[in-house]
Ligand binder design. Structure first.
Ligand SMILES: O=P(O)(O)OC[C@H]1O[C@](O)(CO)[C@@H](O)[C@@H]1O
Length: 532
């Protein structure tokens, strides 16, 4: 599938990206808009021919039919026999959505209304702790039950007018210990977020939180809520059904922040802002469903990604939000993209004949500039960069900060593309050095340039725009998965480690020996046990 594209890429390998701007329409022609958001992919090697070939690949892979099947509730997660309908969670004023002949929307809207009633009660004090109004919410969850609400709560900090929110995920006792230190158990609400309610990290942290609370309050369970699809297990844990918010198995963990898993966010920012976020995501859903593929932002984001990963063999991509409040977005996208598309087997069980998803990583700008951008600019591997920045911040009194932020963001993509020639580098050091030393010093200051990047610009990180951005990435992952021919909605690759960790449990306590373990594992266990 990629051979023709690779061959074509070879024919344009010597072309400089900046030469493409000889065409005055280059920027506009290689950008897409959705609402007021602009995705500019003109600083890449993509040209009309490559784009057309990529679009042909998308059409041949059946992206449109697959997309329609997802929205229609078909069981496209075919290793688990499940529909994939996180989009129903934000289908606020859409029509019915049916799964096996049943409209799921009444249930979705009912749960949303229950969440809103509870969030409002926590916010206005009509639901209180045993020591008074809730001051702190501790969300205990991991993976999709943590990254989404944690990332979103930070992203929407300017809208946060509810109790403080804390997120505990790691089974490392340091995480819960550091989080609850200083909190008052009598005014803390603990939300246990786990789709399965079996995840060892979450259940361990939940029990620790309950013990912490029971030292102070008489009825700790009364200050617990649960977000889960396993209502039998939440009941076993002792959480009253009135504070259990359920969801169906057609909401995948990493796609779940739009529903009950978003409760801590809703308590933080209030139901109105939460709904605004849902509306933003719904607007992106509509765009994804209706826009022509060439104008379709998630499709083009996916195709640019595949051009870099599958065609150009760039193994990683950097996500670089010039938006401090999106500092957890790279971590969120690591799960979204790598748990979804990090597969080695096609839907039919055959080995993938090409690479699956890339390594996704990143940090907010400008911080990253003072850390790893050295490698991005002058390292020997090309790393496509995905910049994002808001036209305006939320601090009008700090406009000069925002101007610097924007200037830096735009400067980085310009620098990556333009680079600096040896002659330009010589001019930089002329007068300071001469002869061989001038040449040596100049060579260190050369930037190869011709390095691709894309930039997503948006008016401001409002709840609507934030919803659009996250839904954009969700659909990008979907499109890439369809073209790769994989199931983006299971995660069998996380199972083996879990199984082995369970088996190692009694070994690391010394209750069982290391017989049968490899030499390295046995040595590590011995080392640890000897130091306890
Ligand atoms: O919500 P749960 O069931 O606790 O799962 C947490 C996370 O664990 C995973 O299953 C991976 O182990 C993720 O897919 C999921 O988001």
């Amino acid at each position: 599938m990629w051979d023709a594209l690779k061959t074509y890429a070879g024919t344009i390998a010597d072309r400089r990206i900046d030469s493409l701007f000889d065409d005055p329409d280059r920027a506009g022609g290689f950008s897409t808009r959705m609402g007021d958001m602009l995705f500019d992919y003109s600083k890449t090697q993509l040209d009309d021919t490559a784009r057309k070939m990529l679009l042909d690949v998308a059409r041949a892979a059946g992206v449109e039919a697959a997309r329609d099947a997802m929205f229609a509730g078909a069981p496209i997660n075919d290793t688990e026999g499940r529909a994939v309908l996180h989009t129903a969670l934000r289908n606020l004023d859409g029509g019915p959505v049916t799964v096996e002949g049943e409209d799921v929307m009444p249930g979705v809207l009912d749960t949303l209304a229950r969440m809103e009633a509870f969030a409002t009660a926590v916010r206005d004090g009509s639901f209180a702790g045993q020591g008074g109004q809730i001051t702190d919410v501790v969300n205990i969850g991991i993976g999709g039950s943590d990254l989404g609400p944690a990332m979103a709560t930070l992203a929407l900090a300017p809208y946060h007018d509810g109790p403080r929110c804390h997120f505990v995920s790691n089974v490392d006792g340091a995480h819960i210990a550091d989080t609850v230190r200083g909190l008052d158990p009598a005014t803390t609400l603990v939300i246990v977020a786990s789709k399965t309610f079996t995840t060892i990290e979450t259940m361990t942290n939940a029990r620790t939180a309950r013990a912490w609370m029971s030292d102070t309050v008489t009825d700790p369970a009364a200050q617990f809520a649960a977000l889960s699809s396993a209502e039998d297990k939440t009941a076993e844990f002792g959480i009253d059904p009135s504070r259990v918010f359920g969801f169906e198995d057609w909401v995948g963990g990493r796609y779940s922040m739009w529903g009950p898993i978003g409760l801590s966010l809703m308590i933080a920012v209030g139901p109105d802002a939460f709904r605004a976020m849902l509306r933003g995501a719904q607007a992106m859903d509509r765009h994804f469903r209706s826009a022509d593929l060439a104008e379709n932002m998630p499709v083009m984001l996916a195709l640019v990604g595949m051009w870099h990963n599958q065609v150009m063999d760039y193994a990683t991509r950097a996500v670089l939000p010039y938006d401090q409040r999106l500092s957890r977005l790279p971590a969120y996208l690591q799960q979204l993209e790598m748990e979804s598309n990090g597969k080695g087997v096609a839907r039919d069980g055959t080995t993938l004949p090409y690479h699956s998803g890339p390594v996704v990583w990143g940090e907010p700008g400008t911080n990253g500039q003072h850390a790893f951008y050295q490698l991005i600019h002058q390292g020997t591997r090309v790393i496509p960069c995905e910049f994002m920045v808001a036209a305006q911040g939320h601090e009008p009194e700090l406009q000069h900060h925002h101007n610097l932020l924007v200037a830096n963001c735009l400067a980085q993509s310009e620098a990556l593309m333009r680079g600096r020639t040896l002659d330009e580098a010589r001019a930089k050091v002329a007068g300071k050095f001469d002869g061989d030393e001038l040449e040596r010093q100049a060579r260190h200051r050369v930037f190869p340039g011709n390095r691709p990047s894309t930039t997503l610009v948006y008016p401001q990180l409002t709840p609507e725009i934030f919803g659009q951005i996250v839904a954009l990435y969700e659909h990008r992952v979907f499109v890439e998965g369809v073209i790769l021919g994989i199931n983006s909605f299971d995660q069998w690759g996380v199972e083996l480690g879990k199984e082995l960790a369970t088996a190692l449990g009694p070994v690391v306590t010394g209750e069982e020996g290391t017989d049968g373990k490899d030499g390295s594992t046995a040595q590590l266990v011995d080392y640890i046990l000897a130091r306890r």
